[in-house]
Design a protein around this ligand. Structure first.
Ligand code: COA
Length: 262
């Protein structure tokens, strides 16, 4: 598909989606959010794609936030719609994909940028990355899930402080908080994410999709995560991947998961 604001490429079983508005530090306008939705959907629907990496173009920013110029004059109703539509199209959408999504944070991840990274299944940052939710400095609050996902990832007290002070934290601090899993030199960021992808690719994609559902269930209101785990665990027993995985183990050979074939 032809996109104006993003780049989408595949390298083997890995799709790399790059937000490509470097002059605006990759800020998320409506068009970019729509294009990201389409690119993530396309990659998730493609049986040959097993992992998605999302990053920003240039060496300065992952995403410096939602595009402030677009919503500066919005009304209460428009503001509410902006958050609701964005959450449905992109942030919740990514979190609930069955294909693993890694955020490669290559610079500023602010506001909607950090919210995008937090909606991904996990995050790796470059050593120059800076992260924050500065919305209260603009007189608004995070609207793409930031008030929910930041405390889930780093705890309530740290999230309160980051949001109230609108300050940025560096990559090492983010790693010590558990916001990112690893910190790498910028030039090694994507290859490091590809190495993690290679480890993921050895395992059953069907089982990984079930694990994502069960893990996410822990964070959904009114849903008992343990019940979802039992259901997903049971479902695995009916899959060809389970038959192959257990047989391969008992035969002391490497599994060739049917679910991983295109
Ligand atoms: N929305 C719209 N445009 C943005 C943007 C955003 N969130 N973040 C950066 N830009 C634009 C700037 O307006 C500027 O455009 P211009 O060259 O046409 O004037 C361009 O990107 C470069 O940004 P600039 O501010 O000149 O870079 P900097 O290195 O001096 O500062 C930041 C970098 C990230 C500290 C600064 O851009 C910033 O604070 N951005 C907003 C962060 C934010 O509040 N995000 C939350 C939004 S809800």
């Amino acid at each position: 598909m032809n996109y104006q604001n993003i780049l989408s490429e595949t390298q083997g079983a890995v799709a790399i989606i790059t937000i490509n508005r470097p002059k605006k530090l990759n800020a998320l306008n409506r068009e970019t959010i729509q294009e990201l939705h389409e690119a993530f959907n396309e990659a998730n629907e493609d049986d040959a794609i097993k992992v998605i990496i999302v990053t920003g173009s240039g060496d300065k920013a992952f995403v410096a936030g939602a595009d402030i110029s677009e919503f500066a004059n919005y009304s209460v109703k428009e503001g509410k719609n902006l958050a609701a539509k964005g959450q449905a199209l992109l942030f919740d959408f990514i979190e609930n994909l069955s294909t693993p999504v890694i955020a490669a944070i290559n610079g500023f991840a602010l506001g909607g940028g950090l919210e995008l990274a937090m909606a991904c299944h996990f995050r790796v940052a470059s050593d120059n990355a800076k992260m924050g939710l500065p919305e209260v400095s603009l007189g608004v609050i995070p609207g793409y899930g930031g008030t929910q996902r930041l405390p889930q990832l780093i705890g309530k007290g740290r999230a309160m402080e980051m949001i109230m002070t609108a300050s940025m934290i560096d990559a090492e601090t983010a790693c010590s908080y558990g916001l990112v899993n690893h910190v790498k030199k910028q030039e090694e960021l994507i290859s490091f994410c590809q190495n993690i992808s290679a480890k993921i690719l050895r395992n059953s994609t069907v089982a990984i999709g079930a694990a994502i559902k069960a893990i996410n269930a822990n964070f959904k209101d009114g849903i008992n995560g343990f019940d979802i785990e039992i259901k997903q665990f049971g479902k695995c027993f009916g899959t060809e991947d389970f038959a192959e995985g257990t047989t391969a183990f008992l035969q002391k050979r490497k599994a060739d998961f049917p679910g991983n074939r295109d």
